[in-house]
Design a binder for this molecule. Sequence first.
Ligand code: HEC
Length: 159
Amino acid sequence: MRKQATTVVLLASLALGLPASAGEGEHGEDHESPFAGMHLLLLMHNMQYYTHKLGLAVDANNPTLEGFYIHEVEEVIETVSKIDEYEGIPIAENLKKTLMPAFEQLEAAIDGGERDAIHAAYNELIVGCNNCHAASEHGYIHIRRNHTNPYPQDFSPHD
Ligand code: HEC
C-alpha cells in the first residue's frame, strides 16, 4: 500500500513537472518572464542576486538548486536580450558577445553534472559579466565571486 502511494505521488509530480519544463524556451507561448519590462538597472540587480545564489548552490554541490537558479539567471538574460540600446550602448549585441557563450557553457556543465567543470564554468560566467561591463562603458562595475551566504537559506541539498 505505502509503496503504491509513493508511486502515485511520484507519477503525479512527474506529470506536473513535464508541462512546466516543456513550456520554457522557444515554445513558451503563455510564459511571461517575471522580469519582463524591467529597467536595465533592476535587471542587473536581479542578475547579481541570482548569480550569487547560483554560486552558493554550486559551492554547496546542490544540482537541484543549481538547476533552479540557472533558470532564473536565464530569465534575466532573456529580458536583457530584448534591450537593443541603453544610453547609446548596444546591450543585446554586447550580451551576445560576452555573457552568452559563458552562460551556455555553464548551462551545459550543470546538465553534465561534472563538479570541476561546473566550478570552472561559473568562474567564466563572472568573467562574462565583467567583459560586458567593460564593453558597455561600465568597466568600473567589477563583479567577483562571493562565497559568503548572507541569506536565511541553506544551500545544501534538501530534496
Ligand atoms: C549586456 C551587458 C551586460 C551584461 C552581460 C552584464 N551587465 Fe551588469 N550592467 C551593465 C550595464 C550597462 C550596467 C549599468 C546599468 C545602468 O546604468 O542603469 C550594469 C550594471 C550592473 C550592476 C550595478 C547595479 C547594481 O544593482 O548594483 C551590477 C551589480 C551588475 N551590473 C551585475 C552584473 C552581473 C552579476 C552580471 C553577470 C551575471 C552582469 N551584470 C552582466 C551591462 C551588463
